[in-house]
Ligand binder design. Sequence first.
Ligand code: FES
Length: 173
Amino acid sequence: MKCNRLVDVGRRQFLRGGLVATAGAAASTVVGAGEARATPALAQVEYPSNRLANVADLKVNEPMDIAYPDADSPGVLLKLGTPVEGGVGPDGDIVAFSVLCPHKGYILSYSGEDRTLNCPGHFSRFDAEAGGQQIWGHATENLPQFVLRVDDKGDIYAEGCTDLIFGRMSNVL
Ligand code: FES
């Protein structure tokens, strides 16, 4: 009898603790959701707005080496010739990606044949026409894509990045 009462007390305390934890989690979810609405995800980091090139500098399927958001973060600027995910410019076909493989940071190379970025380390492949989606290999993440803007003079600016660049705790150091 005494033993059963103790079990009951224990059960009540356990349930109360669970309710408090659930309420806490709900409260933090509400606060988090409010912040997410007020501030776009990309604005969690203050990205620089860096001019990469002009639309007139690019030729279809000829990659241009760039770096963003700083000199230690190599990337590639591409004009793909058809409108694509995240594409900017008059034809919606200009995109840019980090070329550091999300698996272990090897430098990717561009293949104009199938418009992929390819890793010499363990052979992961990423689709430049599909927002850097991984299509094969060891990597477990898609390729970080740089967010671009084109002004009325045709200058192309990078102003953000969709995912964490390899080897960084924050994309902007
Ligand atoms: Fe690219 Fe391993 S470093 S697949």
